[in-house]
Design a protein around this ligand. Structure first.
Ligand SMILES: [Fe+2]
Length: 538
């Protein structure tokens, strides 16, 4: 299509566009309005008609351009702002979608559809508090609209504030007894919060209602495995298959039960079959590597890692597992070069606005964490042993986390600057647009965290607002953070090269999410409080 000058009167343009719309040629109508606009001949009616036509035709870039030009001529109405928001959302331009939806709601505060769209967009961006506000408004405006309730439930689950989530889901189950989405969410919430018997009962109920539903059986099997009854779980998965419930997830669980029982060959064959059918199956891949390492088949283990890294260069799990395979082959030095310790950064932030010192800020943070409604003892399935952890800290109640969010953003910028010339594959995942996951861990004597990575993020970190004196003592490593220890199930033939750092009040460590890390137990009095975070690319 040319962007040339065509002489025509404004009324004729509007008439042409109406005719095109009448003929069902919506994209052409949008394009005609654009032609008129760039030749300086489009009035507000022309732009409004063309923008709506382009939006309806799914020509979202064109719709945005036309709405933007209309905005320069006269005020958009609520429906036009809503269309603009939706067009921007479909293009993935949240920067425009979010304010456009807000402008629509300023004009028509009770519009359920706009609240739903805005809340669902915020849900996808992990902005839990905002998502909850707008999805709740959508539910209030249309109390029988189940998709709005489903997304509201999803946003509440995102906060991991289970003390609120579980009663809410129970209420939804009573409100919509035929909608099993809520029953699945309820069962999953019980499992995540460590209520194994509650989760088992909930999933058992779902398998009775939906005997051939593999998700229900996989949830039930997970609850039973968490409870340590592995034989019962294996029998259950066989029973599910007999009832017609099969899935890659159930196959993966069955394979891992075989691996745990010492049958690495059978497990390997199962994992390979799953990956042949579903190359994206994360757990099948990492557990395949585990099985191959156990069997001493390093060559195949490396091939699994390298094939995946060729397809997804920064895959955090594959970077982490490749280093473990190399270590087990006796190549600790090469493993260290592969995941260099220089990518771990210690950082001391400045005291944020509103606080006289970092010590004052830390006190406020400790109070916030210890009073936090989501603070609960960590369930046995959790990486934290003998400790308590919170749900999300980046939602209501915000408290000092408002400032902490900015401190993390500043630290991430410092990190990126320091490594601006790095070509390490961890940076292929870097995104300046990210959502932030933040939670706190409280540990007393004996408490520790098992080696783990944070596979959903690209950059992770930890900050220490309060530490017992003995933990900061550089003469012993009690309570330290340690990098590159492999998880327990890898009985490594050669030791890894470890990196140990002393926690220090007011100090942050930032590191690629692919780096295995753990905390070393400490003895004596006092409470070690750490705040962990992940930057997740959007
Ligand atoms: Fe961690």
């Amino acid at each position: 299509m040319q962007v040339g000058y065509q002489r025509m009167t404004i009324n004729a343009v509007a008439g042409d566009i109406k005719n095109l719309i009448k003929a069902g040629r919506l994209a052409d109508a949008g394009q005609a309005a654009y032609q008129a606009a760039v030749t300086g001949r489009a009035d507000g009616d022309t732009l409004g008609l063309g923008a709506a036509a382009a939006y309806q035709a799914g020509a979202d870039g064109l719709a945005l351009e036309l709405f933007s030009r209309l905005d320069a001529q006269r005020a958009l109405d609520a429906g036009q702002w809503a269309m603009m928001g939706h067009a921007a959302e479909r293009l993935g331009v949240s920067r425009i979608a979010l304010p456009a939806y807000h402008r629509s709601l300023d004009l028509e505060p009770g519009d359920a559809a706009v609240h739903y769209n805005l809340g669902s967009l915020q849900l996808r961006r992990h902005q839990w508090t905002e998502a909850i506000t707008h999805l709740r408004a959508a539910c209030d405006a249309r109390p029988d609209w189940q998709p709005a309730w489903e997304n509201l439930a999803q946003a509440l689950v995102g906060t991991e504030h289970y003390e609120t989530v579980v009663p809410f889901l129970a209420d939804c189950m009573a409100r919509f007894p035929d909608n099993l989405v809520f029953a699945f969410q309820h069962a999953a919430a019980l499992l995540h919060m460590g209520d194994r018997s509650g989760a088992e009962a909930a999933y058992r109920d779902l398998t009775a209602r939906l005997p051939d539903n593999a998700v229900a059986w996989a949830g039930l099997a997970a609850a039973i495995i968490q409870d340590g009854r592995k034989d019962a779980a294996a029998a259950l998965i066989a029973d599910a298959a007999a009832k017609g419930a099969r899935s890659h997830d159930l196959d993966e669980m069955a394979a891992t039960l075989k691996l745990d029982a010492g049958d690495a060959d059978a497990a390997t064959a199962s994992y390979e079959a799953i990956l042949a059918a579903k190359p994206d199956h994360r757990l099948a891949r990492v557990n395949l590597i585990d099985a191959l390492v156990q069997a001493g088949d390093h060559k195949r283990a490396l091939k699994v890692c390298d094939d995946r890294l060729a397809a997804v260069p920064g895959d955090p799990e594959m970077l982490a597992y490749r280093a473990i395979v190399m270590t087990d082959m006796g190549q600790a030095e090469a493993a260290e070069a592969f995941l260099p310790p220089s990518l771990i950064m210690g950082h001391r932030p400045l005291a944020p606005d509103g606080f006289a010192s970092l010590a004052d800020f830390n006190k406020a943070m400790v109070r916030h964490i210890l009073d936090h409604p989501s603070l609960v003892p960590s369930p046995p399935s959790h990486a934290t042993v003998a400790g308590r952890h919170t749900g999300s800290l980046v939602c209501d109640p915000w408290g000092p986390m408002t400032q902490f969010k900015d401190m993390i953003a500043e630290a991430a910028r410092a990190y990126r600057r320091r490594h601006r010339n790095s070509t390490h594959p961890v940076f292929t995942r870097w995104s300046d647009e990210y959502s932030l996951t933040v939670w706190a861990v409280e540990m007393n004597a004996g408490g520790h965290q098992m080696p783990h990575i944070h596979p959903s993020g690209f950059l992770s970190g930890v900050y220490y607002p309060q530490l017992p004196a003995q933990v900061t003592d550089p003469d012993d490593t009690n309570g330290f953070i340690e990098f590159f220890q492999a998880p327990e199930q890898f009985a490594l033939r050669h030791p890894p090269r470890l990196q140990l750092f002393p926690p220090e009040e007011g100090v942050m460590y930032l590191f690629p999410s692919a780096y295995f890390h753990r905390t070393i137990p400490f003895t004596g009095d006092g409470t070690r409080i750490s705040v962990a975070f992940d930057l997740v690319a959007l």
